[in-house]
Write a protein that binds this ligand. Sequence first.
Ligand code: NAD
Length: 435
Amino acid sequence: MGLVLTLTAQSIIHGIMKKVTFLCIGAGGRGTTYCSFALEQSERLQVVGVAEPRELFRQRLVQAHQIAPQFVFNDWREAARHPKMADAVIIATQDAMHTEPAIAFAKRGYHVLLEKPMAPTAKDCRRIIAAVKRHGVLFAVCHVMRYTTYTRKLKALVAAGTIGDVVNIQHLEPVGFWHQAHSFVRGNWRNTAESTFMLLAKSCHDLDWLRHIMGVPCQAVASFGGLKHFRKQEKPIAAGAALRCLDCAYEPQCVYSAKKIYLGRFARGDKGWPVDVVAPVVTAENLDRALRQGPYGRCVYECDNDVVDHQVVNLQFAGNRTASFTMTAFNAAGHRQTRIFGTRGMFEGDGVTIRHTDFLTDTVTAINTETNPDGSLLSGHGGGDFGLMDSFVRAVSENNPAQILSGPDETLESHLMVFSAEQARLKNRVIELKQ
Ligand SMILES: NC(=O)c1ccc[n+]([C@@H]2O[C@H](COP(=O)([O-])OP(=O)(O)OC[C@H]3O[C@@H](n4cnc5c(N)ncnc54)[C@H](O)[C@@H]3O)[C@@H](O)[C@H]2O)c1
């Protein structure tokens, strides 16, 4: 006891934070990205365990972090049955596989970092929140947009009353034509029954962000949208049009050609996302095989997709404030674009620069919040990936939930906004949110 007290006191005196250990559940794209924080900040974080059924991905993580064999598992259930081996767990399995591991590891006393969306149903989101509260563990959802330098600056400016009282926000999520084709027509998030609906899969970040910036609860939502383009009826009528891009005579004219999206990037020397999703070991032969046989070589008009390619949501917030949100596939992929209208000024933001118009002086000031654009964790999601990990590791190290910007209550609230908005779209009516 004496030693513990002495060490703790010394740590506080010298400002040394306790090193945190992590177990990674799902070593795919996101799990691997978050774990790379331990490679950059090895004095603060160590990845000591992994559960991942895909051999290649599991071994990559084992080697990168020198994980001991007794802490390497094929399935999260095996890891959950094992005596507790780490301070915290990162759950980065697919959307429909979050609830059970989140509850199981909370029960075991792990602090939980959970990928968004929490779960595909409101009921399961509530079960997760109840479990983390019951077991008294720290909990954060990977709403990385809250953690960017840009958002922190914008939130601080709004909270300081720089543009007076916020009356209305316009927010655009430009998913991007090729990103829509990759993830939401051919890929993992194309089909509601297999994963979840578009607003939850992609735009739960945005409704959460609007709630965060507004700083007051949402009271009612209305929504419209649908799947307009990526359907069989929209397939161009052309001689030689085929089921797969590599066999298709129309392909050179097709905006959504898999050949262009993947082989084009590969030819330019790009082996990163999304090319490495198509073929985890990126070679010309593997890509060719994947495009001939796998899901990513399919014609975008011939897939089993049903999620929307455009959706709008109108939101009524407390205090007579409103917001409108647009998600659309039909643009060049890029940062979200936002206009925030206040009683004394306005902000226009593009994820990097905030342009502040001051009504009193009639002047415009540009504030640059650019982060490291080097492709590392520091730059992912505009610095949000790093910001999230930095905050969560700090929270666990200090046992301080105040470090977490996307904790249980606010995340549940914004997920319920998303479920309500989707109900509003499906039922074609305004839905009021109970507080
Ligand atoms: N925060 C963000 O901005 C952001 C961005 C992209 C994706 N996501 C979310 O992150 C999650 C993961 O996405 P991804 O792109 O990394 O997917 P992915 O498919 O690359 O990774 C998921 C991994 O889970 C593994 N897995 C499957 N069954 C398992 C089991 N029983 N036990 C342990 N692992 C298992 C899979 O083999 C796979 O490697 C999804 O929920 C997704 O919506 C969040």
